[in-house]
Design a protein. Sequence first.
Length: 409
Amino acid sequence: MTTLEIMQTAKRVSPVLAGVTTEQKNLALEYMAQELVAQTDKILAANAVDVEASRGIISDVMIDRLSLSEKRIADMAEGIRQVVKLPDPVGKIHGTITRPNGLVIEKMAVPMGVIAIIYESRPNVTSDASALALKSGSACILRGGKEAYNSSSAIVKAMQTGLVRAGLPAELINLVSDTTRQSSYELMRGVGYVDLLIPRGGAGLINACVENALVPCIQTGTGICHIYIDDTADLDKALNIIENAKTSRPSVCNAAEVCVVNEKIAPTFLPMLKARLTNVELRLDEKAAEIIDGTPAGEKDFDTEFLDYILAVKVVSDVNEAIEHIQKHSTHHSDCIVTETTENANTFIMQVDSAAVYVNASTRFTDGGEFGLGCEMGISTQKLHARGPLGLEELTTYKYVVRGSGHIR
């Protein structure tokens, strides 16, 4: 089908979910999870084609992001089952107002309708997005990257089998086969078909959506995530946090890209950092370069989401200069302070304007599953209508239900 035909189909079948109970949605999700596991061999075979075609074209860390294994597929299925366990947001009453004249006005959560997701080479997004859209009552249109098309197609076919087993239309989950930019622009301009567009990927993709979308668009963000090591930090704790945030999976948006260090502890901490992060290229500002060897930081290094084993290092005089640097360079995703001083922690919390602000914890926790949301549609770095991990509630809108007994004005 063409992208337009897919949008028309999704719009046509989306009202089906309005009459589906929570139990039916959960059954469909359970069948989707079962089919992912049952069709593991097919999914891995498709993924092998994608990985082989991408070798030498994308970096090793991006190959890791693209690659699937039995465990990763099992984790995808478990992510769907976590969504089953979550409360159904549809129909939730967010507030009730009883007017003096007796009118009762309820603010009720309702589905978006059709949610489109444009994303890059992460096959697990295919299952996460589908599960969240279904539970929140919306049909979804998936437009993945060309590098992961075969993988995504196999995943979608498995989940559609689960939908049909549950008595629901397979077309509640749709994959766009056109992986050129044209299909992305068609979704951005899908007025009357697409109720919400979510881009999930690098700065180029997100900026293209924000600049060109005629449909409502949530700006998920690139992650230039900072970790500030305060002068009162426990240095062993700081090393563990920065190692986890940088190296546990450098290709994801919640990985640390910048380490900001207080000058009072820099002579002690930076040699410890260099000794710990032996597989990471450190790009140093002038003050840091006076203490340890590394690559001199370039003009753009503090504004780059490396998604690789690279870490920019900045030395500052105090927490206020750290906050000033972060506010200048942050993408407002996730930023952390490592400190044993409550006052400095509170100052950081109040003044750093990011979707997630951490005290003494790795930025790698900015994730729907880690936040108890099951999985997530992406991380929103804007302020309307949602911020941080996009879970079920963020994928609904609301309407007012007004109950009267013959009231007239």
